[in-house]
Design a protein. Structure first.
Length: 337
């Protein structure tokens, strides 16, 4: 089995899909000859040709609109938006067109398109290269939202997304591209080559959408996280000495509610962690669901650890970024009430 970082795993997923299905095409800004700003599409144009992997103008609305049309005609487009911060010009096409296509045509047409985009902070990208807009899309019926936390899941989830008949938002935590990040920015980064989840099959496989993974078992408190925050939560549990169960959601929509409810009903406490701003973030929906389904099991209020309700600050990156200290404090509040 090969050892891959997350970029290589994502590249492998697209390579596999291009080889297996002639309807798959990949396009976006600089994804062709250049291979993408993070090199996620490196050498794919060379292997599969100019008509399968090609560059697009700097027009996110046009890129996604073109993908919607391609999907309606039976193709499976995979588009790259260079940073999630740039996706907003394409939200009308995603929300008003792609998400509604199957419903408005009574199932006659659909939109089997995948939008890949790097998201999140931890790279000193400032306010225009660090945003986490996933909550916008989880609000929209008809869209699926995926956020992997490791190379193995990234490849399996991306293949599943490309093969899915509905539009999928595939958010890639760019702070995890080269290795797991536990929130300690002053420590050396561990490469994925030294991590178990860096072992990635070279061929075709899928990770099912809508199925969370329990990455740490525990009895005292349940932690719900996704993307980079999975690794921060694991670090916080170890450093605090609290017997926390950490659940990697992997897909926000569809959501694996059964795994969440079973865990919280057992532990009686819940902490939710994400990078996005607190107000109306996806954690608010998670908290409401936990309250609704686990009310009689809860022994303390649900805790949320998130970004501030401000633009992403460059100078105060590590105060804004939910690190192990902030998560550990929430764990202690949850279990000590």
């Amino acid at each position: 089995m090969a050892r891959m970082n997350m970029i290589q795993a994502i590249n492998s997923a697209m390579d596999v899909c291009l080889a297996l299905d002639p309807k798959v095409v990949i396009f976006g800004q600089d994804v062709g000859f250049f291979g993408g700003v993070f090199r996620a599409t490196d050498k794919l144009q060379e292997r599969h040709g100019l008509t399968r992997v090609f560059d697009a103008p700097i027009a996110e609305g046009g890129i996604i609109a073109t993908a919607v049309g391609m999907g309606a005609y039976g193709m499976r487009p995979v588009v790259e938006i260079q940073f999630a911060d740039y996706i907003y010009p394409g939200t009308d096409q995603l929300i008003s067109e792609a998400a509604r296509m199957r419903y408005r045509t009574a199932g006659e047409w659909w939109s089997p398109l995948t939008v890949r985009t790097p998201y999140g902070g931890g790279i000193f990208g400032g306010q225009t290269h660090s945003q986490s807009p996933e909550g916008i899309f989880t609000h929209v019926a008809g869209l699926k939202t995926i956020i992997p936390s490791n190379p193995y899941d990234a490849k399996g989830l991306l293949i599943a997304a490309i093969e899915d008949d509905d539009p999928v938002l595939f958010f890639e935590p760019k702070r995890l591209y080269n290795g797991p990040f536990d929130g300690h920015h002053d420590r050396p980064v561990t490469a994925w080559a030294k991590h178990a989840a860096g072992e990635v099959p070279e061929g075709h496989y899928t990770v099912p959408l809508g199925k969370a993974a329990t990455v740490r078992s525990g009895q005292a408190v349940t932690v719900l996280a996704y993307g980079t925050m999975v690794h921060v939560a694991l670090a916080a549990a170890e450093e605090s000495g609290i017997d926390a169960e950490v659940i990697d959601l992997r897909t926000l929509m569809p959501l694996d509610l059964d795994t969440i409810v079973a865990s919280v009903n057992r532990t009686g406490c819940c902490v939710i962690v994400h990078e996005a701003t607190l107000t109306c973030g996806f954690g608010a929906e998670l908290a409401a669901l936990v309250q609704q389904h686990c009310f009689y099991a809860l022994e303390a209020p649900v805790e949320r650890v998130a970004g501030w309700d401000t633009p992403y600050p460059h100078a105060f990156e590590w105060d804004y970024f939910p690190g192990p200290a902030r998560v550990g404090a929430a764990l202690r509040r949850a279990v000590e009430r």
